[in-house]
Design a protein around this ligand. Structure first.
Ligand SMILES: [Zn+2]
Length: 418
């Protein structure tokens, strides 16, 4: 078949599958509570596996419970072992999660396979859909541990030992629901990996664009900034001569907001938490601990922001007679997606004629880890008011359909349709 460019996915079937999956763990407010390795997660996985087997896929499960459903390729040029073109996301949700986060990426992949089956399109490379275990990190921390172990970020034993609030371990729960598979959770050659996801932010909706073409994921650095001064009485102590951590803090904040402005529009500076000691209304505090979150999609720029943050804090602490300390909590380097994969998405969008915007992801996804071991990129579609991790999470059927069409054609470009 050489007119595969005319191929379109079945939007109604995709929507119906999303709604059927959403009944498993459905909440009163219209969302989903299907946390990793619960009985409901097992039910969702069972349904997905059944659908894949009905579509003629070979299903394997690895030792992390990651599921891979493969539609064989013809391998006409490179023999039967051509590396597959993979897509995937996650089926687990937040406790008060929505119907689309992750699930959409999985079921859009299944819809691609169903569409190829209906049209009788063969591909040289196999086409494969993955379900990554425990992306959300809601029940077992950290997030994205299924794709993380697979890509070599975490050890298998570390993952198995993670505990939920009741003390159940990841390994025991994986075994209990029957998804501790045999295949090693290790990377194997992939021709390409794609993930389609709702944006989880407001940009596409606000700009009335249908598709986000992602070039990467923001890098992020987390710190605790501590400022130490001298406690004194709020009344008798004159303003001058005080060593008040807030006097340093307000100048530091001002400089950091300016720093984010200098690197607009992509830089982010967020101060999500602050602790004050001793925390008494009529005492100048001795100590402040501020949570600082700096982000930028370009690693060099983020490194420069890191440097400036340290200089600003040191200089202002000295000028205001404070002691200071910066403790680094966590670092997630910026991800630049594979240029060929991004180009495949870009040209699929152009062929299909959808309005689009080039962007980077502000949130983590399984693709962050996959991209370390395979050529990877992502596709975003708008979600209502940018709401996600919320039971009211919603997306338009026509946007979900468009995203799945882009996924189909990006995958076809990498899988050599015959
Ligand atoms: Zn997600």
């Amino acid at each position: 078949m050489n007119d595969y460019r005319q191929l379109r996915i079945n939007g109604q079937r995709l929507w119906d599958s999303l709604m059927e999956m959403a009944q498993i763990g459905a909440t009163q407010k219209g969302g989903c509570n299907r946390q990793a390795l619960t009985d409901l997660d097992k039910q969702g996985r069972d349904l997905f596996v059944k659908w894949c087997e009905d579509a003629g896929c070979n299903v394997t499960v690895d030792e992390m419970g990651n599921i891979f459903a493969q539609r064989p390729g013809t391998g006409s040029k490179g023999g039967p072992d051509l590396p597959p073109v993979l897509t995937g996301s996650h089926l687990d949700t937040q406790p008060t999660g929505g119907k689309f986060d992750g699930v959409y990426g999985v079921l859009a992949g299944l819809e691609v396979i169903r569409t190829l089956n209906d049209a009788g399109v063969e591909t040289e490379a196999p086409v494969e859909v993955a379900v990554w275990t425990n992306e959300e990190g809601a029940r077992f921390s950290p997030a994205m541990i299924g794709s993380g172990v697979w890509a070599g970020e975490f050890d298998l034993d570390y993952a198995y030992a993670r505990q939920d609030k009741e003390g159940n371990t990841f390994g025991a729960e994986l075994e209990r629901i029957g998804y501790k598979g045999q295949a090693p959770a290790k990377p194997r050659p992939l021709a390409a990996a794609f993930e389609v996801h709702i944006e989880q932010g407001p940009i596409l909706e606000a700009e009335e664009k249908t598709i986000g073409v992602l070039s990467g994921v923001q890098g992020m650095n987390w710190y605790d900034l501590t400022l130490i001064g001298q406690p004194c009485h709020a009344g008798p102590s004159p303003m001058e001569g005080r060593r008040d951590p807030f006097m340093g803090l307000h100048r530091i904040l001002d400089q950091l907001y300016k720093l984010a402005e200098e690197h607009a529009p992509w830089a982010r500076a967020t101060f999500g938490d602050i602790r004050v000691e001793p925390g008494s209304r009529n005492t100048v505090p001795e100590k402040l601990v501020l949570a600082v979150d700096l982000r930028h999609p370009d690693q060099k720029t983020l490194d420069a922001m890191d440097q400036r943050f340290r200089e600003i804090a040191a200089r202002i602490a000295e000028e205001t007679g404070l002691e200071h300390e910066i403790r680094e909590e966590w670092r997630s380097p910026a991800v630049a997606f594979d240029t060929k994969c991004v180009e495949a998405v870009r040209s699929a969008v152009a062929d299909l004629g959808y309005s689009n915007k080039e962007m980077v992801s502000g949130a983590g996804h399984d693709s962050v880890y996959i991209s370390r071991v395979a050529p990877t990129s992502m596709i975003f579609v708008p979600c209502e008011k940018g709401l996600s991790h919320n039971e009211a999470e919603n997306a338009e059927p026509k946007d979900l359909e468009a995203g799945a069409n882009v996924l189909l054609h990006a995958m076809l470009k990498m899988a050599n349709p015959g």
